[in-house]
Write a protein that binds this ligand. Structure first.
Ligand SMILES: [Zn+2]
Length: 73
């Protein structure tokens, strides 16, 4: 009797052998779904704590050639 596991995503019985490429998932799709859920969860957690206001416009430094910048010898 072959060893079987339940697919974590859909609960389908998966035969645990070398032919079951996506074990413990029944298919690549279920594997990606599970991975996607995990990523989505972690993203939600980090998203609540970190505020990203995007790239700033980068205000340039005051121009070096101001009017009072007269060369002195
Ligand atoms: Zn599945």
């Amino acid at each position: 009797m072959p060893t079987t596991v339940s697919c974590p995503t859909c609960g389908k019985q998966v035969i645990w052998n070398s032919k079951s490429r996506w074990r413990p998932f029944c298919s690549e799709r279920c594997r990606l779904i599970d991975l996607g859920d995990w990523l989505d969860e972690s993203h939600r957690i980090s998203d609540s704590g970190i505020e990203t206001d995007g790239p700033s416009d980068g205000a340039p430094w005051p121009s070096a050639d101001a009017s009072d910048d007269t060369p002195r010898h």
